[in-house]
Design a protein around this ligand. Sequence first.
Ligand SMILES: Cc1ncc(COP(=O)(O)O)c(C=O)c1O
Length: 335
Amino acid sequence: MSAQPQRPAFGTVLTSHMAVASYHGGRWSASEVRPVAPIELSPAAHVLHYASTCFEGFKAFRRADGSVHVFRMDRHIERMRQSARQLVLPEPDADRLADMVRGVIARCRDSVPAAPGALYLRPILFGTTANIGAAATPARDASLIVLASPVWDYFAGGMKPLRILVDDEHTRSAAQMGVVKTGGNYAAALGPTLSARAKFQTDQVLFCPGGQVQETGAANFLLIRDGALLTRSLDSSFLHGVTRDSLLTLARDEGYAVSERAFDVNEMLEWVKTGEAALSGTAAVLAGVGTLIHRGVEHRVAGGEVGAHTRALRAKLVAIQQGEAPDRHGWLERV
Ligand SMILES: Cc1ncc(COP(=O)(O)O)c(C=O)c1O
């Protein structure tokens, strides 16, 4: 048996090229694909002081025949435009941004890994206007950059069941900002996530402000069991995951009764006595939870292993992404 090749950690390697466009004087420049290199930014740039920044993350997949297909780019671009609007940043045109993504993939086609790898695409948008007195003024200038990174597993250990701290003390973000994919939300979650890791050796924190289950620092949260799936209904307090939407669609196709509603920590702890819990996201896909830690007490989920429903739903989604199952919902675009 050959040894598994050593893979770089998620996001640590970039492709050779990126796509770049800028916004000045009320209009976007033409975009350009150029080698990845440091960028010039004024130390007074709006983003460095007032955090005017948002980003996206999605994947392109290489098939056995060498073709490359990007997954639900339209939804990710729409979410990025919504983030930009909410942060009062210049809103990128959807077609322009899609062309920038296609341009990077075309230039870096050889860097798209074969399954089970993928090319992770990371558009970023940030305010560049130099003005340190602009706390209450939007950036008039902005940069839009599309980075790409060959990726494999997000959680070290792949399908290892996750340990999750249930935090009913902190909120991940300001209530109306959860739906925005902006750096400040991740900065806010970092402290609680690191302190949970140090104390409980957890992989992630599940934020449950006021006792209501919400999401983790970088993924949505699903409860699954025979014929049923439960997840929080959409509101502005958390990120509307494209993977969440895809998995809910596949679960409905498979005949699961899918409930989207508020539920609290007590209901979740009851559920996991017999049912499964999992995190969903572009990076994590669908990652099974083995342990929930709440107020110092460890609760085993699905016997501490990745559950059968979690594995099956994950496999369904991955099969579509990798072209092994038909794309009935029109989620893939050949690039
Ligand atoms: C906070 C947060 N929630 C949920 C998700 C899942 O979103 P998606 O499925 O669109 O990747 C992400 C990102 O991956 C995230 O950062």
